[in-house]
Design a protein around this ligand. Structure first.
Ligand SMILES: [Mg+2]
Length: 437
């Protein structure tokens, strides 16, 4: 933690800072500020033209001034002398309502007043691919069931350990690395934290993984479904709500009659996720491609590992919400295309709505949803495409208001435009199936 960035630069031999913000599409934007000017820039902010980013601004809008949050400053161990600092864009003397990080901060502060603090750990999966993006980078990584493939992770040992050691040096506490269920797919797990810190770390993680992969002559992708026959990239989120001081896990209750070690508050939080899932999905799975991961047909490995229905179960990975352990739940819907800040804000808003309204999550299911999902008649289905998800979010006035009317309206407007752009593409599939109609 560093209050004064000039002081931080002197103590940590930093020559340059990336004054960063994440726009609505999750794109990382930055200006490179030399240490000699950082004192002045920390007070004044770094200037950006908002229209040049995904923030729903016009070319006529005044400068966005990105004010760095010194709590987030992180050195780049793979590029000594440079540090990254997440910031909040301001305009006309106040924070920009359309900025996702600001939306999360406001929501977290609101619940902190009620002594409630969302804690989250994320599992962003990624593929290591060729630089042209056409295939997994390791041509020998071809097993039908490649999960935990020891030989394949050894062939990528240099890059995976480079990322993991970097995280260790940053104090994130990574504790396991694995080859995942698709050829060329990996996952690194690290300690959970409060929602804002985890969102900053997720933004930084994606940047770091891509940078380090590039250093090794590879390319990393977090695209939800980069290869149609292989398991896609998820970003499972492990959730619990604690008191503000971080002393007590309010999700934990040893006397849970269901035997899962969850409190009434935890069940209500899950109830909120379930109640809002079919519109929250526009935020947790925000791209056209996201819908090729959820609702997908079986992959070569045998399962998609992503939910197709809005259900919860015990320690059962075929449901949207899994209870892996006492005192926490795993939300398996999100993918790593989600904006890290909107992802946490959406989860917080939906879950806390469940807590406030004492929403029941419904019946716990202990079946294999992939094989027996058709036997469940009353469970809500997830939308089949981005357009349906966006329409659901647009209709969900509670969620829009809770996350922030300005930020969700801007998000919807830009994503609708993206959907329309997608529809203007003529695909090979259409030609193949319709040319002779
Ligand atoms: Mg995984």
């Amino acid at each position: 933690m560093a209050g004064d960035l000039a002081d931080y630069a002197r103590k940590n031999k930093i020559n340059y800072f990336l004054f960063n913000f994440t726009d609505l599409f999750g794109t990382q934007r930055a200006k490179l500020v030399p240490a000699e000017a950082v004192g002045k820039m920390q007070k004044a902010g770094a200037g950006f033209a908002g229209f040049a980013t995904w923030l729903d601004q016009t070319p006529a809008h005044p400068d966005l001034l990105v004010m760095p949050d010194p709590n987030s400053v992180t050195p780049l161990p793979w590029k000594p002398g440079v540090a990254w600092v997440a910031g909040d864009p301001w305009m006309n003397g106040k924070p920009l309502e359309q900025a996702p990080r600001y939306a999360l901060k406001k929501l977290a502060e609101k619940y902190a007043k009620n002594n409630l603090r969302l804690m989250a750990g994320v599992e962003p999966e990624f593929h290591l691919i060729n630089t042209d993006g056409s295939a997994p980078s390791d041509s020998r990584d071809t097993q039908e069931k490649p999960c935990y493939d020891q030989a394949a992770i050894m062939r990528r040992l240099d890059v995976i350990t480079d990322i993991c050691s970097t995280m260790t040096s940053l104090g994130w506490g990574p504790y396991q690395n694995d080859h995942e269920d698709a050829n060329g797919q990996f996952e690194i797990n690290w300690n959970f934290n409060d929602a804002l810190t985890t969102a900053d770390q997720l933004a930084f993680f994606k940047f770091m993984v891509k940078q380090i992969a590039e250093k090794h002559g590879l390319r990393a992708t977090f695209m939800p479904k980069p290869f149609i026959n292989l398991t896609g990239n998820g970003c499972h989120v492990h959730l619990s709500v604690w008191d503000k001081a971080g002393k007590k896990n309010l999700f934990e209750d040893a006397k849970d009659k269901e035997g899962m070690g969850l409190s009434g508050l935890a069940y209500n939080f899950i109830g909120g996720l379930i109640n809002h899932a079919d519109s929250l999905v526009a935020i947790t799975n925000p791209t056209v491609n996201s819908y090729k991961r959820i609702n997908a047909p079986r992959t070569i490995s045998g399962a998609t590992w992503s939910p197709n229905t809005v259900t919860f179960g015990g320690n059962n990975r075929t449901h949207m919400v899994r209870i892996p352990d006492a005192g926490r739940c795993e939300f398996r819907l999100p993918d790593p295309a989600a904006n890290p800040y909107l992802l946490m804000a959406g989860i917080l808003a939906a879950g806390m709505d469940g807590v406030e309204k004492k929403t029941s999550p419904g019946k716990r299911l202990d079946i294999d949803m992939y094989a027996e999902g058709h036997t469940v008649k009353d469970a809500k289905k997830l939308p089949l495409n981005l357009l349906d998800a966006l329409r659901n979010l647009e209709k969900n006035s509670f969620l829009r208001g809770a996350i922030g009317e300005e930020v969700t309206s801007a998000f919807l407007k830009l994503r609708y435009a993206e959907w329309n752009q997608y529809c203007r593409h003529l695909t090979q599939w259409e030609r193949d199936t319709t040319l002779d109609c």
